[in-house]
Design a protein around this ligand. Structure first.
Ligand code: SF4
Ligand code: SF4
Length: 337
């Protein structure tokens, strides 16, 4: 059954970019070194920052990401430290190359999920976006992780270039032993914002006509599917996660954002400064979160307005949801009676 995943302040979600280094150069990469730094954080710094965020809430979930987090030779120590600090769930987002023999340095008890990025059901489509050889490396990485007993999820970023393959992902995910599937929508930030000649954004009709049906179909194969709502229906409530949730997007240069769509700008509301988490003076992203506009998400209107549409009187035809608002369909299989 489909449900909307409500925002909550009962637990914190920490998205910790421990490095911005990566072996790939994906076309839609959101990493922006001018804004996020080009450091790889030393182990001691990561441990100190993990401690800071663990104390922000009674329950906290952590996602290690980059860049490619497995290029960090001490990722395994960071995972073990996060476990000791009591993080409720630990996920590693990876492009699948799994450097530094990470799978043999941690156990399935220490990592809740390895989450692999795959942007096509075929090598042709995935590699056009993520680079030659990345499909084979990623699917091999998934097989290795599953064989070693790790829980594995896949993240697929939908854009104009690969939306036609989302419906073919089910059989691939099943054959690979994937338990969860996360669909994301392309954000016009990082490299996608720098290269605006390529229109990657997905039109409303294309999204609504493809993604929810594909998600339902994949869930029917026993895989739990999460996908962003993106386009609100009349009567749906709009909420900005910056106001009602507890998310931290942490970068190696110490910037901490509450909203991923703000990450191309120096609008972060928090900063890790000499190992203390401090609030920044206005004006920052917090001031934008307070604005109520008829289009819904303020940042969407500012950085990716091509998904909006207006009536002749200038009012928007629909509102855009917070980019963090998700729907989830638990995996199930139909039983013969
Ligand atoms: S999207 Fe991820 S894997 Fe691709 S270049 Fe960026 S950090 Fe690397
Ligand atoms: S994406 Fe929009 S609605 Fe969501 S946190 Fe950012 S500004 Fe708020």
């Amino acid at each position: 059954m489909k449900k909307t995943v409500s925002f909550s302040r009962d637990s914190a979600n920490v998205f910790f970019h421990i490095t911005t280094r990566c072996n790939l150069t994906c076309r839609h990469c959101y990493i922006n070194r001018d804004q996020h730094g080009d450091e790889t954080l030393p182990l001691e710094t990561v441990e100190t920052w993990l401690n800071l965020f663990a104390r922000r809430s009674v329950k906290a979930n952590i996602v290690f990401l980059g860049g490619e987090p497995t290029v960090h030779p001490e990722l395994a120590h960071m995972i073990k430290k996060a476990r000791k600090l009591g993080y409720d769930s630990i996920t590693v987002d990876t492009n699948g190359f799994l450097f530094n023999d990470i799978l043999s340095k941690v156990t399935p008890q220490e990592v809740d999920y390895f989450s692999f990025s795959l942007d096509g059901a075929t090598a042709a489509t995935n590699d056009m976006i993520r680079g030659a050889g990345s499909y084979v490396a990623c699917t091999n990485g998934i097989r290795q992780a599953v064989t070693r007993g790790f829980s594995v999820s896949v993240i697929f970023t939908v854009s104009q270039t690969n939306i036609h393959e989302i419906g073919s992902m089910g059989p691939l995910l099943t054959s690979l032993g994937v338990k969860r599937f996360f669909i994301q929508v392309i954000g016009i930030r990082g490299r996608s914002a720098a290269n605006r000649t390529e229109n990657l954004q997905v039109a409303r009709n294309d999204w609504l006509g493809t993604v929810p049906t594909a998600a339902e179909e994949i869930a029917r194969q026993g895989i739990t599917v999460t996908f962003p709502k993106v386009f609100l229906k009349a009567g749906d409530r709009f909420e900005c996660a910056g106001r009602v949730a507890d998310n931290y997007f942490v970068f190696p240069n110490g910037r901490v954002y509450r909203c991923p769509l703000c990450e191309d700008f120096a609008m972060h509301s928090l900063m890790v400064d000499v190992n203390r988490l401090t609030e920044r003076e206005p004006i920052n992203e917090n001031d934008l979160f307070q604005l109520d506009i008829p289009e819904g998400c303020v940042m969407n209107k500012l950085i990716q307005p091509d998904n909006l549409s207006y009536r002749p009187d200038g009012t928007p035809k629909y509102r855009i949801a917070c980019c963090l608002l998700k729907e989830e369909i638990a995996g199930y299989t139909l039983k013969r009676t």
